[in-house]
Ligand binder design. Structure first.
Ligand code: SF4
Ligand code: MG
Length: 331
């Protein structure tokens, strides 16, 4: 498959005032991301809140400007494009948010909310727009009658259908979905995940799926990137991440994912301490303050993301330095 999104050395820092002297400090929310996303696949970015995954999503869709790095979408490097040039990208890349309610105008009918991007980006007649909206209502599992209602009349799951409909109306290629099911009950979560999967097949959509929860992304992902304090610490095909996790942080996240087979037991790994303040991240491996496998070298040297033993399975961890040198497997 061809690459639809490529991110190279992507960084975003925010200036923060710190301490009584108001000395300038920087929060490196996204600290050098590299990954490729293939057309028609789902790439999931997973990590605890504050790891920079939402910032990454907002950078890719250019809702915010990167501090450094490149963003290639469909063969064009857009990281420095001005707002006027970004119109073209806004058609190709759409976002779906955790809480669609916050972004649904309470005084607008659902039909008009879904039609909004068409009003902004196209010169279609009213009739053409209404025809597309009627089609879209059906695609996301809503009916004509519901199209004439207001957002407060809908449940959380239905509101997410509306949010998805509005994102899809421009026929985008890439959807950035930031915690799209986190606010929903588990049963509704699976309905929305199934809808997203069906839509992906029907419209050949590519997803960047952002979640704090590995169990949510298990069925929808093709590749997964695990983020910690602004960086990807492990990247690989979904099967590899779930059956052969390499990074101690991935292992800890995975240990809280329920296993359907009650006879299989996974040892629960509880990480000590909280996520460090990203304004003052730990030296060396940023995970070393919480890592169950920490070694002396980890405190001084930041491990880089490297291919370990399987194609396309990368980890940033000193535990595997030997593996790389000897081209052998030690796990
Ligand atoms: Fe743990 Fe060291 Fe690996 Fe970091 S580099 S994850 S501290 S073992
Ligand atoms: Mg977030």
């Amino acid at each position: 498959a061809s690459t639809i999104l490529e991110v190279r050395g992507l960084k975003k820092s925010f200036e923060v005032k710190n301490g009584i002297f108001g000395k300038k400090k920087y929060l490196h929310a996204v600290n050098g991301l590299n990954f490729s996303v293939y057309e028609g696949e789902t790439f999931s970015l997973v990590g605890e809140s504050g790891c920079g995954k939402s910032t990454a999503g907002r950078l890719i869709s250019r809702l915010i400007d990167p501090t450094a790095g490149e963003i290639w979408i469909d063969g064009e490097e857009i990281s420095k494009w001005k707002e006027s040039q970004l119109q073209a990208i806004r058609k190709k890349v759409q976002m779906v948010f955790q809480d669609p309610y916050a972004s649904l105008n309470p005084r607008m009918k659902i039909r008009d909310i879904i039609a909004e991007p068409l009003v902004i980006h196209t010169k279609l007649t009213k009739k053409e727009k209404q025809r597309l909206v009627s089609e879209m209502l059906e695609v996301v599992g809503l009916n004509e009658y519901q199209g004439n209602c207001y957002a407060h009349e809908f449940s959380g799951g239905q509101r997410q259908r509306i949010g998805i409909g509005r994102a899809l109306i421009m026929k985008p290629k890439l959807i950035i979905a930031d915690e799209p099911v986190s606010a929903l009950d588990v049963s509704v979560q699976s309905q929305i995940l199934n809808l997203l999967k069906d839509l992906q097949e029907e419209f050949n959509l590519t997803y960047v799926f952002i979640s704090h929860d590995l169990s949510v992304v298990e069925h929808i992902s093709d590749h997964i990137g695990v983020m910690y304090l602004g960086s990807i610490v492990e990247y690989g095909p979904k099967e590899q991440i779930f059956t052969n996790p390499l990074h101690p942080y991935t292992k800890a996240l995975l240990s809280s994912v329920p296993i359907p087979d009650p006879t299989v037991k996974r040892e629960k790994i509880i990480l000590k301490g909280d996520i460090p303040n990203p304004v003052n991240p730990p030296s060396g491996c940023k995970f070393h303050t919480r890592c169950p496998d920490v070694m002396e070298i980890c405190k001084g040297k930041d491990p880089s993301l490297k291919q370990i033993h399987t194609d396309n399975h990368l980890a940033a961890c000193h535990l595997y330095e030997k593996t790389i040198k000897n081209q052998s497997v030690i796990v």
